[in-house]
Design a protein around this ligand. Structure first.
Ligand code: AHR
Length: 503
C-alpha cells in the first residue's frame, strides 16, 4: 500500500496556466498542414485554420502558444509575412529541411489562431539575423493603437485594433542556432534589444523573456543575471530587465546521433527514458537557486519554453521535419514534467511543450483531413484541472523501481492543487510498466463529500494511429472509494489518474 498525504490547509504557490503552454514553429508540418491549411482547402477551416485541430486544442484548454520558433525565429523577418499573400516573399527554411517557406502564415494568421483558441500569445523575436529596428517595429505593428508608421501599416493590412502580445522573447537559443554567442555578449545584446521592445499599452504590458540556458549550463544563468542586474542602479522598474529567463531541456533516450525509436522500445528503455526526464527537476532546482540570489521574491519566471521527447523520426519521413509517434510512455513523461512544474510553480511561470502538431512530442497528429489526439494530448487535458489552482503540500511514500541502477525512478509521482472550483485535484502517474499499486490517500483535516476520477492507461507502447485513433484515451475510473478523510484505489500499471475530490 502506498500512502499519499495531502495537507489541504497548506498552499505552496499559484499554478500559472501557462505552465501547460505549447510551442508552434515553422518546422515540418506543424504550422502548414497541422494548423493552417488556407481558406481554399477542402479540409474544414475557419480563415484557414483547421476546425478539428482548433476544437481539440480548445477542449484541452491550451493557455498560451509560442511562435514562430525555435531556430526558425532567428531567420524570420516578419515583414515578409504580412500583406497580400500572393506578393509575400518566399524564403528557405534552412534549419528544417531546406524547404520553401511561402510566408502565407504570418503575424495576422498567428494572431487569428490565438484568437480562435482563446489563448495567450508568445511571440519570439529575431536577434540572430534581425536588427533592433526590425524587432522594435514588429512590436509597434502588433501593439500600438495610435498613429504611427507601423500601426498604420497594420491597419492598411486589414487589422484596425492592436493585438495583445503577452510574452515576447528576445532571440532563441542564442548559445546555439540563434547565433552561437557567449553569455557575456548576449547579455549585452539582450539589454540593448529589449530596450526597444516598447510598452505601448500600460494595461497590457508585454512580458519580456531573455534566452536562458540549456540543460545544466549554470554559467549561462549566472552570467546573464550578473550582467542584467549589475547596472540597474536607480531604475527599479528595470528589475533585471526581464520578466522571464528561458530553459530548454529535451528527453532523449540515447544521444543526438541515435536517439531511439518512439514506438519500439523495451522495458529497460522505458525506465531509461523516464529516468532521464527527471533531470528536469535537478535543472530547475539548480537554475532556481542561482535566480534566488538575484531575485528572492521570484519576480522573474523560469520559462521552460522547450521540453518534451525527441526520438528518431518515423521511417520514410523527412529527417528535417522531426515527425514522431507518441505512446503511453510520452504521456507519462508529460505527467512527470507537468507534476515537476507544478511543484516548482513559484519559479516556473510558463512551460511550452515542443511542439503543437506533427513535430516532436505533439499533442495532435494529422494526415490529410484526418487527425488523432495523442496520449500526450490526454495527459494535458487531465492536467488542465490545475490551471490557476493553488499547489498543495503533498507527500508520497514511493519506492524506487527500474532495471538498471543508473535509471531508477519512483514508482508513483504526484502533484496536488486546490482548484478555482474549490475541489482538490490529484494527478498521479504510475511509472511501472508492469505493476499496479494500491494507493491510500489521506486529505488531512478534510471531510470528503465526493470523489470522481479518470484514467489514461494501456500497455507502455500503446498509441493512436489514423486507422485506430482511439486505442488510448481518458476514461472514467469508478473503482475508487472514500470515507472520512481517506480515499483508496488501485492505480493500473503505466497510467495517469486524475482524482477530483469535493470537500
Ligand atoms: O524544437 C525544435 C528545435 O529545438 C527548436 O527550433 C530549437 O529552439 C531547439 O533546438
Amino acid at each position: 500500500m502506498y500512502n499519499l498525504f495531502i495537507n489541504t490547509g497548506k498552499e505552496l504557490g499559484h499554478i500559472n496556466p501557462e505552465i501547460q503552454g505549447h510551442f508552434s514553429e515553422h518546422l515540418g508540418r506543424c504550422i502548414y498542414e497541422g494548423v493552417y491549411v488556407g481558406e481554399n482547402s477542402d479540409i474544414p477551416n475557419t480563415n484557414g485554420m483547421r476546425n478539428d485541430v482548433v476544437e481539440a486544442l480548445k477542449e484541452m484548454k491550451i493557455p498560451v502558444l509560442r511562435w514562430p520558433g525555435g531556430c526558425f525565429a532567428d531567420e524570420y523577418h516578419w515583414k515578409d509575412g504580412i500583406g497580400p499573400k500572393e506578393s509575400r516573399k518566399k524564403m528557405v527554411n534552412t534549419n528544417w529541411g531546406g524547404v520553401t517557406e511561402d510566408n502565407s502564415f504570418g503575424t495576422h494568421e498567428f494572431m487569428e489562431l490565438a484568437e480562435q483558441l482563446g489563448c495567450k500569445t508568445y511571440v519570439n523575436g529575431n536577434v540572430g539575423s534581425g536588427t533592433v529596428r526590425e524587432m522594435s517595429e514588429w512590436v509597434e505593428y502588433m501593439t500600438f493603437d495610435g498613429v504611427s508608421p507601423m500601426a498604420d501599416l497594420r491597419r492598411a493590412n486589414g487589422r484596425e485594433k492592436p493585438w495583445t502580445v503577452d510574452y515576447f522573447a528576445v532571440g532563441n537559443e542564442t548559445w546555439g542556432c540563434g547565433g552561437n554567442m557567449v553569455p557575456e555578449y548576449y547579455a549585452n545584446l539582450y539589454k540593448h534589444y529589449q530596450s526597444f521592445v516598447k510598452q505601448y499599452n500600460p494595461d497590457k504590458k508585454i512580458k519580456k523573456l531573455a534566452v536562458g540556458p540549456t540543460d545544466k549550463d549554470y554559467n549561462w544563468t549566472e552570467t546573464m543575471l550578473h550582467e542584467c542586474f549589475r547596472q540597474q542602479g536607480s531604475f527599479p522598474q528595470n528589475f533585471g530587465y526581464m520578466d522571464g529567463l528561458t530553459l530548454h531541456y529535451y528527453t532523449i533516450p540515447y544521444d543526438w546521433d541515435h536517439k531511439g525509436s518512439a514506438t519500439k522500445f523495451s522495458d529497460k528503455e522505458w525506465y531509461m527514458t523516464l529516468a532521464k526526464t527527471f533531470a528536469m527537476e535537478e535543472f530547475i532546482e539548480k537554475h532556481s537557486a542561482i535566480m534566488d540570489r538575484y531575485d528572492p521574491d521570484c519576480r522573474i519566471g523560469l520559462m521552460v519554453d522547450e521540453w518534451g521527447t525527441w526520438y528518431d523520426v518515423e521511417e520514410g519521413t523527412n529527417p528535417g521535419f522531426l515527425y514522431q509517434q507518441n505512446t503511453i510512455r510520452d504521456a507519462l513523461i508529460a505527467c512527470i514534467n507537468l507534476n515537476i512544474f507544478n511543484k516548482h510553480c513559484k519559479r516556473v511561470k510558463m512551460a511550452n511543450i515542443a511542439q503543437l502538431v506533427n513535430v516532436l512530442q505533439a499533442v495532435i497528429l494529422t494526415e490529410g483531413d484526418k487527425m488523432v489526439k495523442t496520449p500526450t494530448y490526454y495527459a494535458f487535458k487531465m492536467f488542465s484541472c490545475h490551471q490557476d489552482g493553488e499547489l498543495l503540500e503533498s507527500s508520497l511514500n514511493s519506492t524506487k523501481i527500474g532495471l538498471e541502477d543508473e535509471y531508477m525512478v519512483p514508482n508513483l509521482h504526484e502533484s496536488v492543487s486546490k482548484g478555482k472550483d474549490g475541489k482538490i485535484h490529484i494527478t498521479l502517474g504510475n511509472l511501472s510498466c508492469t505493476d499496479a499499486y494500491d494507493v491510500a490517500s489521506t486529505l488531512m483535516g478534510a471531510d470528503i463529500k465526493s470523489v470522481k476520477a479518470t484514467v489514461l492507461a494501456g500497455k507502455m507502447d500503446d498509441h493512436n494511429t489514423f486507422d485506430q485513433p482511439d486505442v488510448v484515451f481518458e476514461k472514467a475510473f469508478d473503482d475508487i472509494s472514500f470515507e472520512g478523510d481517506k480515499i483508496s484505489f488501485k492505480i493500473p500499471a503505466s497510467s495517469i489518474m486524475h482524482v477530483e475530490v469535493g470537500i
